[in-house]
Write a protein that binds this ligand. Structure first.
Ligand code: NAP
Length: 248
């Protein structure tokens, strides 16, 4: 069945891979981005080339009104939403907690936690069968940092992802009878731009060799797991937190 999917942070990295893989299944994708319109347009073109439909939607997930408008825009373009990927997330440069200021921590929690919770709320409102939705799948993108803690680098980010795991456990139970499945993916060291934004462009390559599999992962390897959780092939999976970490 063709699906309508909204992916936050769909312009680059893991979100982009999930968008293109969704397009390859013939699905329609709302590709959200924060500021990189050129990257979002390139992802839209890649989704279309893969066989799907797509639109780019600018929205900072720290802005509640913009989130509501983003869900509205997806429904206007493609009809009722069947799946949401709560993927937008940021890190800040590596630091000890003792040296972090409140502005940095607020930004991390506004985007990674409140943004994800608000997107999950909109997903629940629009996909729940008792509210007129047709059921669906919510995939939250957490991180292995949620169980490793991010010491010396980003315990703020790690804590924000712990909140995503807990959101997944609770919301899966709330929405089980609403036709909505809620799961999380915990990526490990994946080759994307996020490491450069944290000041260490080669972080995934350097640390990836220490994983049991012996290399970093690719965005497509995470995207495949996301698309599986969106698909009907995972119809009895809810409340699951799936590590995609090469065994780390
Ligand atoms: P990335 O390559 O840095 O891409 C980030 C994406 O999020 C971009 O599409 C960006 O949009 C968007 N974004 C950033 N801030 C946003 C905001 N305020 N509102 C809306 N969109 C926003 O990141 P990634 O590595 O693919 O990470 C995706 C998710 O996986 C994140 O939640 C991250 O924490 C998680 N993760 C990644 C790794 C890894 O090793 N890469 C490991 C564990 C977990 P623009 O293009 O407009 O900037």
């Amino acid at each position: 069945m063709s699906k309508v999917i909204l992916i936050t942070g769909g312009s680059r990295g893991i979100g982009r891979s999930a968008a293109v893989l969704a397009g390859a299944r013939g699905w329609s994708v709302g590709v959200n981005y924060a500021s990189n319109a050129a990257a979002a347009d390139a992802t839209v073109a890649a989704v279309q080339a893969a066989g799907g439909k797509a639109i780019a939607i600018a929205c900072d997930v720290a802005d509640e009104a913009a989130i509501i408008a983003m869900f509205d825009a997806t429904e206007r373009a493609f009809g009722k939403i069947d799946g949401v990927v709560n993927n937008a997330g940021i890190v800040a440069p590596g630091s000890m907690l003792a040296d972090m200021d409140i502005a940095r921590m607020k930004r991390i929690f506004d985007i990674n936690v409140l943004g994800a919770y608000l997107c999950a709320r909109e997903a629940a409102r629009r996909m729940s069968t008792s509210r007129g939705g047709r059921g669906g799948s919510l995939v939250n993108v957490s991180s292995a940092a949620a169980r490793l803690g991010g010491p010396g680098e980003y315990v703020d980010y790690a804590g924000s992802k712990g909140a995503i795991d807990t959101l997944t456990l609770g919301l899966a139970k709330e929405l089980g009878r609403e036709g909505v499945r809620v799961n999380a993916i915990r990526p490990g060291l994946i080759e994307t731009d996020i490491h450069a934004s944290g000041g260490k462009p080669d972080r995934a390559q350097v640390l990836g060799v220490q994983t049991p599999i012996g290399r970093p992962g690719t965005a497509d390897e995470v995207g495949e797991s996301i698309v599986w959780l969106l698909s009907d092939a995972s119809s009895y999976v809810t409340g699951a937190i799936v590590d995609v970490t090469g065994g780390r």
